[in-house]
Design a binder for this molecule. Structure first.
Ligand SMILES: [Zn+2]
Length: 130
């Protein structure tokens, strides 16, 4: 994990890192890969029409938070190409799946910082598995 966070922090390696991760995740889910860009504003953003993930290194300064934000936005991409919208049921399932696949344990994802309905979904899944 620390090696990953070092890469996320490195100005030049960071974008390449996220683009690679998007490629690997898209390959895993057998979907088209999204474009990943850095932007000045907003924390994270996904455009379903352009299939672009935008992340702000200025707004999100913690590497783990930036990584989580990337996974959140990738989950939007996954849900969107499957016909879902915003933070619907499909998104929550996607979020859980992506976090499980990426971290090996969905709870490494900082779900407590996510939107309330995503948080509730994670809480329910945690209860079901314990
Ligand atoms: Zn979202």
């Amino acid at each position: 994990m620390e090696q990953i966070l070092d890469k996320v922090m490195d100005e030049t390696e960071s974008l390449i890192y996220f683009q690679n991760e998007a490629y690997k995740l898209a390959e895993h889910y057998q979907i088209k890969r999204p474009i990943v860009k850095f932007s000045c504003c907003k924390g994270g953003y996904y455009s379903p029409n352009l299939q672009i993930i935008k992340l702000s290194r200025h707004k999100i300064t913690s590497p783990k938070a930036l990584l989580d934000c990337f996974l959140h936005e990738f989950s939007h991409h996954l849900n969107s190409v499957r016909g879902g919208e915003m933070h619907d049921a499909g998104f929550k399932r996607s979020m859980w799946s992506v976090a499980t696949y990426y971290y090996g344990d969905p709870l490494v994802y900082n779900w407590k910082q996510d939107y309330i309905n995503v948080k509730k979904y994670f809480e329910r899944r945690v209860k079901e598995t314990t």
